[in-house]
Design a protein around this ligand. Structure first.
Ligand SMILES: Cc1cc2nc3c(=O)[nH]c(=O)nc-3n(C[C@H](O)[C@H](O)[C@H](O)COP(=O)(O)OP(=O)(O)OC[C@H]3O[C@@H](n4cnc5c(N)ncnc54)[C@H](O)[C@@H]3O)c2cc1C
Length: 287
């Protein structure tokens, strides 16, 4: 299996800027994310604080970012990283049923503004999950509820509906849902995930769904969940000025390390994180 020098998790401005600098420094790397780069980017109506791009909207900035990485031959691997384990001198990144290896990792996963649903944290792994496609086989012929924060969650709902006996889809956004026939859409806010030791129901504003599993599908999962052992302070990854975390070889950049939440700060930190990762890799090679 190829072991990359750097694995970059996230394709927002922090991750992309890290990728550019890894490329310039001639390191082997893989960057995980999606083709639209970042939902937060495409949503921005007008961006006047990104130097050099006065008056652009998020979608225009996204196109310029894409053109830039395409010209530099950088390809985004459209996969979601579910867990990252520090193995000593390398990291194992789990992606559904696949695994990738890298000597260093840059976390650029952005920030999830939504608070967890009541019961979500307590019942995580006991019927609550963050990756429907990974865990779908556990719910064969069972009832599954999916709380989807973005359009990609619709794909996961479709896939789960091929195995589960019943799928409820609770969208946290307004749109036309492309969801398949056997999925029931319920447009109500979730209030609480209920269960004694394991999930039994999902309470919504007006309804209570009897369910065996609840998948909460957000843009990013909390970094502490993603990387066991990672030091978190006030909901953000703790880093120093070199963007080093408490785990040797693991760096972080962008919204996930703290405020202010801004594009250019994220890009700047991605740059630092990549250069620090390069320094780390070179120091191992010179040992
Ligand atoms: C409506 C709106 C308007 C804004 N306007 C401005 C503005 O005018 N100026 C400004 O400076 N800032 C603005 N911001 C803030 C800006 O969007 C963020 O600061 C910036 O996007 C943060 O960049 P990032 O790279 O840290 O993370 P993000 O842009 O959030 O990107 C993170 C990426 O990582 C991916 N990811 C997360 N976890 C995983 C995983 N496990 N596996 C694979 N991929 C993963 C996500 O899907 C996402 O694509 C605005 C935000 C919003 C919502």
């Amino acid at each position: 299996m190829e072991r990359y020098d750097i694995a970059i998790v996230g394709s927002g401005p922090a991750g992309l800027s890290a990728a550019l600098n890894a490329k310039i420094r001639n390191k082997s790397f893989i960057i995980f994310g999606h083709k639209d780069l970042s939902n937060k980017l495409i949503k921005a109506p007008k961006i006047n604080n990104y130097l050099g791009f006065y008056g652009s909207n998020g979608s225009e900035l996204k196109d310029m970012f894409l053109e830039h990485i395409n010209k530099m031959g950088i390809k985004i691997t459209e996969e979601r990283v579910n867990n990252i384990y520090a193995m000593g001198d390398y990291f194992a990144l789990m992606v559904n049923d696949k695994m990738y290896e890298a000597t260093s990792v840059i976390l650029a996963t952005g920030m999830e503004y939504n608070k967890p649903i009541k019961g979500e944290v307590e019942l995580l792994g006991k019927g609550v999950g963050y990756c429907a496609t990974c865990d779908a086989p556990l719910y064969r012929d069972k009832v599954v509820s999916i709380v989807g924060y973005n359009k990609e969650a619709e794909e996961e709902a479709k896939y789960v509906s091929e195995l589960a006996s019943k799928v409820y889809y609770v969208p946290m956004y307004k749109d036309n849902y492309d969801i398949g026939e056997n999925v029931e859409v319920i447009e109500e806010k979730p209030v609480e995930i209920i269960g004694e030791g394991k999930v039994s129901s999902l309470k919504l504003q007006n309804t209570e769904l009897q369910t065996d599993g609840v998948f909460v599908l957000k843009d990013s999962i909390s970094p502490g969940q993603l990387v066991p052992g990672l030091e978190i302070v006030d909901g953000h990854i703790n880093v120093d000025r070199e963007m080093k975390t408490n785990i040797s070889g693991c760096f972080a950049a962008g919204d996930c390390v703290g405020k202010p939440y801004q594009y250019i700060k994220s890009a700047g930190e991605g740059n630092i994180a990549a250069l620090s990762a390069v320094k780390y890799i070179d120091s191992l090679k010179n040992k």
